[in-house]
Design a protein around this ligand. Structure first.
Ligand code: MN
Length: 229
């Protein structure tokens, strides 16, 4: 292809056990997918799943060294953490069944859906898109991808700030489990290899400040650690 300028390289994630990288196509996020978090955001009852996107360029790959740094973002006084299980697809399709979704999964990662909560709340009040509350530079913190063909249905999920527990839940508390949520998503968009899905956060979201260190854990995976600067 004869481009008018060189296209930037795609966002990528390291993969456990190989030097090859996982290329990120799109980032879809599930809203209010744990009951206790929905309650803390002022909602009750089981809704159909809903989704929002983060730009692929908002992905910041992180690991457990503590050397990953998220610059405190612009235009917010209320940056909040949302620890989430991230699903990475290697195949796509439309109108997938949950069983078909299971065949599309490449692996999983630990992630943080970082949120400018004040901008999101303003947008909600004004009936405007959440976009800039959710999608901004380094707003999708995602750890190395763990390849597996297994459908993940259970496992403790936790978030610590400066070694203090802030969020705690279990993947088995997802209102819309992994395969069902992605099957639902595939009714609205044709999914592609490289699409990643952040599956929602348990209760306990709260603000972080410059200097704080976040550690996110999901049972069975290496934790990730990020410092706000
Ligand atoms: Mn989220």
């Amino acid at each position: 292809m004869n481009w008018v300028f060189t296209p930037p390289a795609p966002s990528s994630l390291p993969v456990v056990g190989t030097d090859a990288c996982y290329p990120v196509q799109r980032v879809f996020c599930v809203g209010r997918n744990y009951v206790e978090h929905a309650k803390e955001m002022g909602h009750t009852g089981r809704e159909d799943p809903f989704f929002f996107c983060k730009a692929a360029q908002s992905v910041l790959p992180v690991d457990n060294t503590g050397n990953s740094v998220m610059p405190y973002p612009s235009k917010t006084q209320n940056l909040q953490h949302e620890v989430e299980l991230v699903v990475a697809l290697q195949k796509g399709g439309a109108n997938l069944s949950p069983a078909e979704v299971a065949q599309c999964i490449y692996g999983y990662a630990v992630g943080l859906d970082m949120t400018r909560r004040d901008l999101q709340s303003q947008a909600k009040d004004l009936g405007r898109p959440w976009e800039f509350g959710k999608s901004f530079d380094a707003s999708a913190l995602i750890g190395p991808v763990h390849p597996t063909s297994q459908l993940l249905e259970t496992g403790a999920i936790r978030l610590y700030v400066n070694d203090q527990l802030r969020q705690e839940g279990d993947i088995n508390q997802l209102i819309w489990p992994v395969a069902e949520a992605i099957a639902y998503l595939s009714q609205y968009v044709t999914l592609l290899p490289g699409d990643v899905i952040m599956t929602g956060t348990p209760a306990g979201v709260s603000a972080v400040e410059a200097g704080d260190v976040m550690r996110a854990e999901i049972e069975g995976f290496e934790s990730i650690q990020v410092r706000i600067e």
